[in-house]
Write a protein that binds this ligand. Structure first.
Ligand code: FAD
Length: 308
């Protein structure tokens, strides 16, 4: 119930106006977001890389209906990638992009504009010597995102995609995308989805995650295991071993600010551990999804708001 309400609020302009009128203090948002400015994101990346972790940076933003804003987001990624190149961080840091932030939902030519903007970002990543992963949003965008990814992969075969285990279609998508060189992030899924397309309970989602992991680990691609769940992490390690995968043929991923000790443990054990690091001013949707994932985060948020 609570999760559904928070996820509905994450897409509601009215709820957004209320929260932004009484914004949570920086201490709360900062737990999940590295800062509003590029320099803060680069400094946080530097710190993570210095401790043996890799990074994927997300310039926050989503659902834009404004073509100038979509182009502005592509430009922000170009600046970010130039900064990663200049600071020598590009070897340890890539970027994650939401197609809805670069135009996918524009009423006219949305997909075409999103493809063009994503292509600009891929070109900047290639110039910096790093890679891009396309985040996955709600199920109404899955076909469009995978079709744009296929087009981009013709020129940038290293482009990563994301599949969400809670979608009933995902096991089949994993089979399609488990080919050599294919970078696939597998996550549980963070949006409010109807039962017709998605498993609803934790047990069913976890079982679906394990089925997806089995396909990806047995395949020829490069699985990116995005989860904080100790069971999923353990099973991923076992499947990698059974499939005789070297530690450099897959990676673990977690969100900035969540289970940092476990991130360090996995990195120190010789695994590739990548942290998803969001920055920028458009924190609302991302922040609300993090609250929805864990009731303890909501209690922490409400306590902090009450004592402001
Ligand atoms: P859960 O069962 O939700 O959580 C397991 C345990 O992890 C919890 O008991 C708790 O200890 C810890 N935990 C989980 N979430 C939190 C939190 N918010 N705060 C504190 N502790 C927490 N989703 C998409 O739909 N599209 C994407 O493109 C996408 N990209 C992602 C990229 C990365 C690197 C990661 C890690 C997640 C991404 N997600 C994405 C979110 C994902 O779908 C889940 O919503 C999220 O990871 C929570 O699921 P979980 O696997 O951690 O398991």
């Amino acid at each position: 119930m609570l999760r559904s309400a928070l996820l509905a609020a994450s897409r509601s302009p009215k709820a957004r106006t209320v929260i932004e009128k009484f914004p949570p203090t920086h201490a709360i948002v900062d737990r999940f977001v590295a800062g509003e400015r590029l320099e803060q994101a680069v400094a946080a990346t530097d710190e993570l890389v210095a401790t043996g972790r890799k990074v994927t940076l997300d310039h926050l933003g989503e659902d834009t209906k404004d073509a100038d804003q979509a182009a502005g987001t592509a430009l922000a990624y170009e600046h970010l990638l130039a900064a990663l190149k200049d600071t020598g961080l590009a070897a340890g840091a890539e970027v994650s992009v939401k197609l809805s932030a670069v135009g996918q939902f524009l009423p006219v030519d949305g997909e075409k504009i999103a493809l063009e903007n994503a292509r600009r970002i891929c070109a900047a990543a290639a110039d910096a010597g790093t890679t891009v992963t396309l985040d996955m949003e709600d199920h109404t965008t899955t076909d469009s995102t995978l079709s744009i990814a296929r087009e981009l992969r013709a020129d940038y075969p290293w482009l990563g995609i994301v599949l969400q285990a809670y979608l009933r279609r995902t096991e089949a998508d994993c089979k399609d995308f488990a080919y050599e060189g294919s970078r696939v992030r597998i996550c549980k899924g963070a949006y409010k989805e109807p039962e017709s397309v998605a498993f609803q309970g934790k047990k069913d989602v976890d079982l679906a995650y394990v089925r997806a992991l089995k396909v990806l680990m047995a395949g020829q691609g490069y699985p990116m295991v995005a989860s904080h769940d100790p069971n999923m992490i353990k099973i991923a390690g076992q499947l990698a071993e059974w499939n005789k995968r070297d530690t450099d043929s897959f990676e673990y991923q977690m969100l900035y600010g969540i289970r940092p000790e476990e991130q360090l443990r996995l990195a120190e054990a010789g695994n590739t551990m990548r942290v998803y690091l969001p920055y920028g001013q458009e924190w609302y949707g991302y922040f609300m999804r993090r609250l929805a994932e864990r009731p303890a985060n909501l209690a922490f948020f409400l306590r902090a708001m009450a004592t402001r």
